[in-house]
Write a protein that binds this ligand. Structure first.
Ligand SMILES: [Zn+2]
Length: 182
């Protein structure tokens, strides 16, 4: 055994236990939260729950699958969504996915792009009744999601994805143009 081998192993095990503990905590929290959301929908006789489509957008420059990276980073949201979907389905509530494009950047009152700073959202449109009023960013985004009719099923339907594909195609086209002709 190399020096410090056992100690390192113990540390890794301890870290793994902490991670597992965090996962269990989040899972329990997500169960409670998803239950409350579905109960709220039932109480208000809502037949539909709208959520943003959470998905990665293809592969990055290194060819790594962005979806797996995305899930790794946002697995708790991903888990929460799938719990809501399962519980909603069992309760006869339809779950629809919304294109996440600009749902948190635009003001729910006027539709103009505003300023998002962590939990705060500020509308910069002087003609808007929310102008320079401090809004809760999640609340603002939730209203945009609730009002959105841009339903999507897969990432290819999303504006972000389409835009990214167009940008990639544009880059490729430029590269080909720059290539000296033989
Ligand atoms: Zn506004």
């Amino acid at each position: 055994m190399t020096a410090g081998g056992k100690g390192r192993e113990d540390k890794l095990k301890a870290l793994e236990r902490v991670k597992q503990g965090e996962r269990n905590f989040t899972r329990t929290y997500n169960h409670t939260l998803s239950k409350k959301i579905v109960e709220f929908a039932l109480l208000h006789r809502a037949g539909t729950i709208k959520m943003e489509l959470l998905e990665g957008y293809g592969k990055d420059e290194n060819g790594q699958d962005e979806k797996s990276k995305f899930i790794l980073r946002f697995w708790s949201y991903y888990e929460l969504q799938s719990m809501i979907e399962q519980k909603a389905q069992a309760a006869g509530i339809v779950v629809l996915k919304i294109d996440p494009y600009h749902t948190s950047q635009k003001c729910h009152a006027c539709g103009e792009k505003g300023k998002r700073d962590k939990a705060k959202f500020t509308c910069e449109n002087p003609a808007c009744k929310q102008h320079e009023k401090e809004q809760n960013a999640d609340h603002n985004a939730a209203i945009n999601i609730a009002r959105s009719t841009h339903f999507v099923v897969k990432k290819e339907d999303c504006f972000y994805y389409q835009k990214k594909q167009e940008e990639k195609a544009e880059k490729k086209r430029k590269r080909n143009e720059e290539k000296p002709k033989e």
